[in-house]
Design a protein. Structure first.
Length: 109
């Protein structure tokens, strides 16, 4: 019975390692739940096997190898353009006349 459990554990470990490798190759997000789901194991299996859990946590914290697919990367030129636009807006707002809502209320004397 012990050998059967050990063999089952070894098969599960192999599925987890394969799921981690697939996630790395595909560039999908790596999380404990995602890897457990992909490997068809319970999350508690990962928490009982600290080496696998540590590997997942390290990969979770690492930036994606193929870049972040959530949007375009900020370039130096785009950041400078944003800064220039903000500066021009500040100059424009400082030069305008105050509206009635911005004019301080004076007391009648």
């Amino acid at each position: 019975m012990t050998k059967g459990r050990q063999a089952d554990s070894a098969r599960r470990r192999q599925r987890v390692i394969a799921a981690i490798n697939r996630a790395l190759a595909d560039g999908t997000e790596i999380s404990v739940s995602g890897i457990a789901r992909a490997a068809a194991v319970d999350r508690t299996f990962l928490y009982r096997h600290r080496d696998l859990l540590e590997k997942i946590h390290v990969l979770e914290a690492a930036p994606p190898a193929n870049g972040d697919n959530t949007g375009p990367a900020d370039t130096r030129a785009s950041l400078q353009a944003d800064l220039l636009a903000a500066h021009e807006r500040a100059v424009r707002l400082n030069g305008r006349r105050p509206t009635t809502r911005e004019t301080p209320v004076r007391s009648a004397r």
